[in-house]
Design a protein around this ligand. Structure first.
Ligand SMILES: NC(=O)c1ccc[n+]([C@@H]2O[C@H](COP(=O)([O-])OP(=O)(O)OC[C@H]3O[C@@H](n4cnc5c(N)ncnc54)[C@H](OP(=O)(O)O)[C@@H]3O)[C@@H](O)[C@H]2O)c1
Length: 492
């Protein structure tokens, strides 16, 4: 029997336990204002580390988790292997200047009391705000300076992970929700990981504890006071509801009985079996409840064809969670505890300026601040009544940098975020788009462009034209324009 969790080395990063101890629960325990005693909590972490659970996942907003882990790290005798500390930086959207990014990274170093963060994972709330690329490039510079060992992201969908890689950011990991209930990460993201070597860290693998014997055959809970479980209950509802969920639980329970392990072990084993998955992160309520002994037994389970068939049959009675990983934070239906971002953010600032046309009542313009707009005489987008027209948009970042050079699919992802931001500034959304026109310099590259267009417009289905342009101004491979018509509010 395995006595310690399996280990894996991240490409260019530290060696970690394949069962990571998740410390979001520290924030939950501390939510009423008190903080855990750092020494007692570090003792609890030390007990995990002694049994091989020596990799800890935290974030800037997980209460005192970084400080507690720092306390543990400070106890490592010289020359001994110290536990691995993975943390996250989740800044509010805004300009990501070198100073802002250095401050964010330095705060992680100070709280952990280390000279180098083992793995720093970056979260961004809305890709319509393009400063996420500035943040990642700056974090990479700080990695080169030696302040960060390896760089990762969290809650990135496949398209934006591919875009970051195509723009030259050496990401080693993406931390996403992945479970028997939320199987999105097994799709496009896993395919991208297979092509690029990026690894996934799976969280929510036990759906906050719902994927355990405790809930097998139990009636649907009416109220859920715990934020984390309230979030996973939304996932269960989106995946077809309580009866479909009980189907998964019952299939997993049958497999657990067959192998003599727990239902939670089966849930973790199914996720860990995916090639792309480096590790699962299992939340721990330090000083309250511990499941280490049980979780270790996940390495005793080898799911066979019969087990997979039983799970597939249960999956067939569920609905797929809509969209891709991370969409729960970025678009309806927000599968967060509150059903929106209000637990996390007040607003997401627009990067465009809007102004009324002085001589044309009913006409509004949006400007990106480019020097070319007044010089050449155009707006990024114009609203006339209920119509919004977005100018030909390229993957220009800042004043003149071409994003993801040589990669038309990644450029399209970036362009469509800019178009969404332009529409948003004038009161429209992607769902209002009735026409797009796509210009390509090399029409043989139509497929990645069309797929990126399909990911955004797959349900909107605007009229579309795809054209070969002999050349575009600059190094761009793609340019897209869009037109939207805002539907009046239902019932008006
Ligand atoms: N990047 C992100 O956006 C993000 C989001 C969420 C979480 N995370 C990370 O992932 C970690 C884990 O995710 P999570 O906390 O949301 O969900 P989770 O790991 O699915 O659920 C954790 C809960 O499952 C229960 N549990 C653990 N082992 C068990 C076992 N063997 N048998 C029965 N129940 C067991 C425990 O509940 P009891 O203590 O009540 O028994 C524990 O609190 C977090 O701590 C955090 O580090 C990241």
């Amino acid at each position: 029997m395995t006595r310690h969790p399996e280990r894996i080395r991240l490409p260019g990063g530290p060696e970690i336990s394949r069962l990571i101890c998740g410390l979001w629960q520290v924030a939950d325990i501390e939510k009423d204002g008190g903080t855990l005693d750092p020494d007692a909590a570090a003792d609890a972490l030390a007990a995990y580390a002694e049994e091989g659970f020596d990799t800890f996942d935290m974030a800037d907003h997980y209460g005192s988790a970084e400080l507690i882990t720092g306390r543990l790290l400070s106890r490592t005798p010289p020359g001994a292997r110290r536990p691995v500390a993975m943390t996250k930086w989740c800044p509010e959207p805004g300009p990501m200047t070198p100073e802002v990014v250095r401050r964010g990274v330095q705060e992680r170093l100070d709280r952990l009391g280390v000279e180098r963060v083992d793995l720093l994972q970056f979260h961004w709330w809305s890709f319509e705000h393009p400063a996420w690329l500035d943040a990642l490039h700056e974090m990479n510079r700080l990695r080169e300076e030696g302040l960060i060992c390896a760089l990762g992201v969290t809650n990135f969908d496949a398209a934006h992970l591919a875009l970051a890689l195509a723009d030259g950011i050496p990401l080693v990991s993406n931390q996403v929700s992945f479970s028997l209930v939320d199987r999105r990460a097994g799709g496009a993201l896993s395919e991208l990981c297979a092509r690029t070597g990026v690894k996934l860290f799976a969280y929510g693998t036990l759906c906050g504890g719902f994927l355990s014997e405790k809930w097998l055959g139990r009636p649907e809970p009416e109220t859920i006071p715990d934020w984390s479980r309230a979030k996973y209950k939304r996932f269960i509802d989106a995946a077809g509801g309580w009866a479909a969920f009980q189907g998964i639980l019952s299939a997993a329970a049958g497999i657990a009985r067959k192998h003599g392990v727990s239902l939670s072990n089966v849930a973790s084993a199914w996720v860990l079996d995916h090639e792309a998955v480096a590790a699962t992160i299992i939340g721990a309520r330090l000083t309250e409840s511990e499941h280490r002994g049980d979780n270790l037994r996940v390495f005793d389970v080898m799911l066979d064809a019969e087990d997979r068939a039983a799970l597939d049959a249960a999956f067939a009675a569920t609905d797929p969670i809509p969209g891709d990983c991370g969409d729960e934070y970025r678009r309806p239906p927000f599968l967060t505890a509150s059903g929106d971002l209000s637990h996390h953010l007040d607003t997401i600032p627009s990067v465009l300026e809007t102004s009324a046309a002085p001589t044309r009542p009913g006409r509004t313009r949006a400007s990106s601040g480019s020097v070319w707009e007044p010089l050449a005489g155009y707006s990024r987008a114009v609203r006339v009544g209920d119509r919004v027209l977005v100018s030909g948009t390229t993957a220009t970042h800042g004043a003149d940098r071409c994003v993801a050079p040589g990669d038309p699919g990644a450029q399209t992802t970036y362009i469509l975020d800019k178009i969404a931001a332009s529409l948003g500034a004038l009161g429209a959304g992607i769902e209002d788009v009735v026409r797009t026109r796509v210009y390509l310099t090399d029409v043989t590259q139509w497929e990645p462009v069309s797929r990126a267009h399909g990911r955004v417009f797959g349900e909107v289905l605007p009229a579309n034209t795809l054209l070969q342009a002999g050349a575009l101004v600059g190094d761009y491979l793609v340019e897209i324009e869009a037109e939207a018509v805002i539907d009046p509010a239902p019932g008006s």
